[in-house]
Design a protein around this ligand. Structure first.
Ligand code: MRU
Length: 339
């Protein structure tokens, strides 16, 4: 992402959390200001701010908005924000870091200051993470001309370049010709609305396809690699990401195209041995039945709307983190990588 053309996904300014309202893109680029915990909870739940790392950063700043601003108030804020979305483990990782600060702090310390400083550190580390994933990923994608991605794992999902899009921005800035094919990503269209928007802002060629076109696109031989983000990765490398990622991994394997997952170490949940244990968010019927406010499903029909699926580790060619690359991930390699 080009820092000159794209505003901050999230910022903490004058004691308030300022978010790009991602529900309004690409039509309108507007911000939404959160002044308290409840507004932050609502912004995360409604996907005003979304994407695993961005959710974690927003929640960390959200804790700083607690009232009363004391131990009890901050702990209650953490408990409340932890109910905003269930799948992205970065949310709980960030809230745990904030809780550690509270538990370490004596009554004499300035707790508000220490919590804000921790949230800023989480935010700063995220920027560095994006650069590092960009660099490591670029070494894998260096020969690629066309990549396919799903959902949005770019600057709008983090505070800088993103995870899956970071290597693309890295290569683009280095003058390497690379184009992106973006699945539209039903039902909320993060690929069409967000990935296509931010790549266009940065001057990276991008083509949107409906999710169901991915098979024929991969069959055509035009795609050199598939790269996606993750919301939670289990100890064996099984990776939860936006619904529709798993079928993409199956297609990539069938067509002999490498399938990469890019995610920071804060996305790993080493307490879960396999991806079967990852909690999958179930979202509302209307997201599927009423796209753009128009009802397209008869009232009598049931609707499924899981927000994520889990790709088994055996379908993942490599996982890229800020620490480097783990090819053919397995529990031993991941434990060593994260040590
Ligand atoms: O429901 P969303 O839009 O929050 O889902 C986001 C994704 O699935 C992303 O791919 C994932 O969070 C990685 S973001 C770097």
């Amino acid at each position: 992402m080009n820092a000159n053309t794209t505003p901050e996904t999230l910022a903490f300014t004058d004691g308030k959390l300022v978010l790009i309202d991602q529900t309004r893109l690409p039509g309108e680029l507007v911000t939404l200001v959160c002044e308290n915990v409840e507004q932050t909870h609502d912004a995360i739940s409604r996907l005003v701010v979304r994407g695993a790392p961005a959710i974690g950063i927003a929640a960390a700043y959200g804790v700083c908005l607690a009232s009363p601003a004391n131990h009890e108030g901050y702990l209650a804020a953490i408990e409340r924000l932890a109910t905003s979305r269930p799948t992205a483990v970065n949310l709980f990782w960030a809230l745990d870091r904030m809780k550690d600060v509270i538990q370490r702090t004596t009554a004499d310390d300035d707790l508000a200051e220490l919590l804000l400083s921790e949230a800023i550190t989480i935010h700063d580390q995220d920027r560095q993470m994006c650069r590092d994933i960009g660099r490591h990923g670029a070494s894998l994608l260096g020969d690629c001309r066309a990549v396919l991605t799903h959902c949005n794992a770019g600057g709008l999902a983090t505070s800088m370049w993103g995870t899956a899009l970071a290597p693309i921005y890295h290569l683009h800035q280095a003058g390497h010709p690379i184009e992106v094919f973006a699945d539209e990503t039903r039902p909320l269209l993060q690929g069409a609305r967000l990935t296509a928007w931010e790549l266009s802002q940065a001057g990276v060629p991008v083509t949107v396809l409906t999710d169901s076109m991915a098979g024929s696109l991969l069959k055509s031989g035009k795609i050199d690699a598939v790269i996606v983000g993750a919301d939670r990765i289990a100890a064996n490398g099984d990776a939860a990401n936006k619904i529709g990622t798993y079928p993409l991994a199956v297609l990539a394997r069938y067509h002999n195209v490498p399938f990469y997952v890019a995610a920071p170490s804060s996305t790993f949940d080493m307490a879960l041995p396999t991806g079967d244990l990852i909690p999958i968010e179930q979202r509302s019927r209307t997201e599927v039945s009423n796209p753009h406010g128009t009802c397209v499903v008869p009232d009598a029909a049931n609707v499924m709307n899981p927000a994520f699926d889990v790709t088994p580790a055996e379908l993942i060619t490599a996982i890229i983190t800020e620490r480097g690359v783990v090819t053919a991930p397995n529990p031993a390699k991941l434990t060593e990588h994260l040590r």
